[in-house]
Design a protein around this ligand. Sequence first.
Ligand SMILES: Nc1ncnc2c1ncn2[C@@H]1O[C@H](COP(=O)(O)OP(=O)(O)OP(=O)(O)O)[C@@H](O)[C@H]1O
Ligand SMILES: [Mg+2]
Length: 497
Amino acid sequence: MGDVILTMKGIDKSFPGVHALDHVDLEVRRGEVHALMGENGAGKSTLMKVLTGIYSKDEGTITFEGKEVEFTNPREAQDAGIVIVHQELNMLGHLTVAQNIFIGREFMKGKFIDDRKMNEEARKLFDQLGIDIDPTETMSRLTVGKQQMCEIAKAISHDAKVIIFDEPSAALTEAEIEELFKIIRDLRERQLGIVYISHRMDEIKVITDRVTVMRDGGYVGTLITKDCTKEDIINMMVGRVIYEDPKTESQVAKDAPVVLKVEHLNAGRMVQDVSFELHKGEILGFSGLMGAGRTETMRALFGADPKQSGDIYINGEKVDIKTPKDAVSHGIGYLSEDRKRFGIIVDKTVAENSTMASLDEYMKGLFIDKKKEKEVAQKYVDILKTKTPGVDQLVVNLSGGNQQKVVIAKWLVRNCDILIFDEPTRGIDVGAKSEIYHLMNELVAEGKSIIMVSSEMTEILRMSDRIVIMCEGRKTGELGIEEATQERIMHAATLRN
Ligand SMILES: Nc1ncnc2c1ncn2[C@@H]1O[C@H](COP(=O)(O)OP(=O)(O)OP(=O)(O)O)[C@@H](O)[C@H]1O
Ligand SMILES: [Mg+2]
């Protein structure tokens, strides 16, 4: 670690009804990776938005390379050498990868944008970072993980001195995270100051040098990573100890009926001849690397994407699911991995989003029964401990993890018998995570059945009764929880044809 490059002191910031930052301090040195940790809504993203000029601060000082600074927009921060990789994806779907990376600073040839040059430069950048993405591809066609890698490449392509990663790994698989860590170690070597925000405790120990913890908008303290344990950090974050033991045996009754049977499902290249069964009261984990076809399988099953062939049975009866509406009418709920694209409407309120999948139940004549809507929304705000000043708050104003809780609420309100949870705890803090796990266990105890797609190995081993593993669009393994180990899952996840 070198000398101090950035100091934030006594930063204070309020939004209507929310004291988001209460005199927070942060110090970043050259050549260090500094973790910023705290529960959902603790104020991490807000602090970084104040730093990069997205929000103005109410109080406090920011010193960068020895001089007091105040940026009024992210462009100014960027020009000074501070860039941020945001928690939410900010790419423009209709543009190409290269056009997104060089947006606002396009290469020109006379009056025209020089796409060839931009593609060339983007390719160089990817080569240098060891990322395999085609710069001419349309952004919306990439997976969430790949889009995230583009965000990271874009940030690095600016000549930055401080880079902030706001939950970069939430959308990445283990292999992609390894890539990211290589990139970060290289940046550290080059004496950049790096701020790293993540809810994954294991990562913090691996990649960071120091940890600053925030709670409820306040500064709790700063620790040297190698001198503290995971439990120390969690304790500072939530003020209690949380245990995360793996499941050792299936909780499903031996004779539990099959509620969902999928036979020889085919849907494009990413879903090839996939068959599996889901039992009543079961949590069936779907594991695999990014691009294994798990989300594609769920989308085809749910009717969100067309399928070429295959049969679906619910409680032994063959059903025809062509659209998500069909799926919902058969009692299937799908909590999507990409909340911004499919899960929520950000400029609607928490209450409106909560009842979005079950509107018929909340109608009074031609109108929505607002009182009833608010009541049920409040109920799930309480159960999930969603941090919001009220159910009338617009979802766009919630922190990332709290937005995810609203998506979960939406499907709980719908009261489906079969729930597909695709990366349910992405971006959710350790405390809230264990609450969601608890809730999933309650749901199956009530007789509901859950498919859980997860890229987090610890989550798969902790929650699943049985595990299906996919690789390159095929099912390559199935393990009961009693026989499942990380090694066996990884083995099946890399079984190529
Ligand atoms: N533009 C806004 N308007 C109103 N409230 C806001 C706004 N932005 C953030 N907040 C509130 O400020 C608090 C801190 O939010 P912030 O996004 O910084 O949390 P976070 O620590 O990044 O959480 P997460 O881990 O869930 O991403 C939250 O209560 C949030 O709802
Ligand atoms: Mg955040």
